[in-house]
Ligand binder design. Structure first.
Ligand SMILES: [Zn+2]
Length: 302
């Protein structure tokens, strides 16, 4: 029945289900309607069936929240609540065209078009996280021999987010900005690594253990030098260990001086750094990590 409204045939598609093909063709040609199939597409994109009936979809269809397909399929037909809206009717009509196989219900996870038998959080995180280009400095931080707290401190310095005295001053704090390590210049990230007299002694001593006799001592030059300092993979990683451990230890020494006033000579700090990275490599060997042995040989030559 029509109540004064006319169907715009050119904008209307016909959805059919449970009717013989001959009959469908007869209706389509009688009314001049184009045929279409579910799911309904809008601008070429399928309208998600999950959202087809809204959030109350399962309730409207009488499906318990944790129901399996077998709970609503008896082997020959579906059992849903009677349709109470056109959308519901369309969905039920569409479902009558589907007959599930009589096998066991098996949950499947489809992530980025690939189907998996179990939930894998790594893949899901990869699929939903924002993807930004990898930073040029990323390989300087994340490597197989890293000590997490050293990498984290170094990362914050790469971003220049640690509260060095020049930054505290810029935030309006009333602080004396003289470097706590050397007492000769204002403290900033670039001064600490390694324009500072105290810092450079530590840096040179640890580099000398790796046979680098004249490493750069400015922040920017160090960042450019590190990736190309050696073509040997193990030495490269040992150097990154050395750099991160030095950044971490200098910042720690600076904080101890800031809070308690205690100091240790640069030579002692250099030895402490060497012990830390050696301990890390011994732990890698004990854990059976293949990189542990060549790294330990570099740090503790026979
Ligand atoms: Zn200094």
């Amino acid at each position: 029945m029509m109540y004064g409204l006319a169907v715009n045939v050119s904008k209307t598609n016909m959805f059919s289900s449970g009717i013989a093909e001959v009959e469908i063709q007869r209706i389509a040609s009688r009314f001049g309607l184009a045929r279409s199939s579910l799911p309904v597409r809008y601008l070429g994109t399928p309208l998600c069936t999950k959202n087809y009936l809204g959030q109350d979809g399962p309730t409207l269809l009488g499906i318990p929240l944790f129901a399996l397909v077998s709970d609503v399929w008896n082997g020959s037909s579906w059992s849903f609540s009677a349709a109470r809206s056109n959308r519901q009717l369309q969905l039920l009509s569409f479902l009558t065209t589907i007959s599930p196989a009589n096998g066991q219900d098996v949950p499947k996870w489809t992530v980025s078009g690939n189907t998996h038998k179990s939930f894998i959080s790594r893949l899901v995180w990869e699929a939903i996280r924002p993807h930004l280009p990898v930073k040029a400095w990323a390989p300087l931080l994340w490597h197989k021999g890293l000590i997490p707290r050293h990498a984290t401190t170094t990362w914050l310095f790469i971003l220049d987010r640690n509260p060095t005295l020049d930054r505290l001053l810029s935030w309006g704090l009333d602080v004396d900005t003289i470097c706590l390590l050397c007492g000769n210049a204002d403290e900033s990230r670039n001064h600490l690594f390694f324009e500072c007299q105290y810092s450079v002694e530590v840096w040179l001593s640890i580099c000398a253990r790796l046979n680098f006799t004249s490493p750069p001592t400015s922040w920017n030059a160090t960042m450019t030098w590190l990736p190309n300092a050696s073509s040997d993979r193990s030495i490269k990683i040992a150097l990154l260990q050395a750099w991160q451990a030095t950044v971490y230890s200098l910042w720690q020494e600076r904080n101890i001086r800031f809070h308690s006033g205690q100091t240790i000579p640069s030579s002692v700090l250099g030895r402490n750094i060497h012990r830390m990275v050696s301990d890390k490599c011994m732990a890698m060997v004990a854990l059976g990590q293949t990189l542990g042995t060549p790294l330990l040989r570099i740090w503790k030559p026979q």
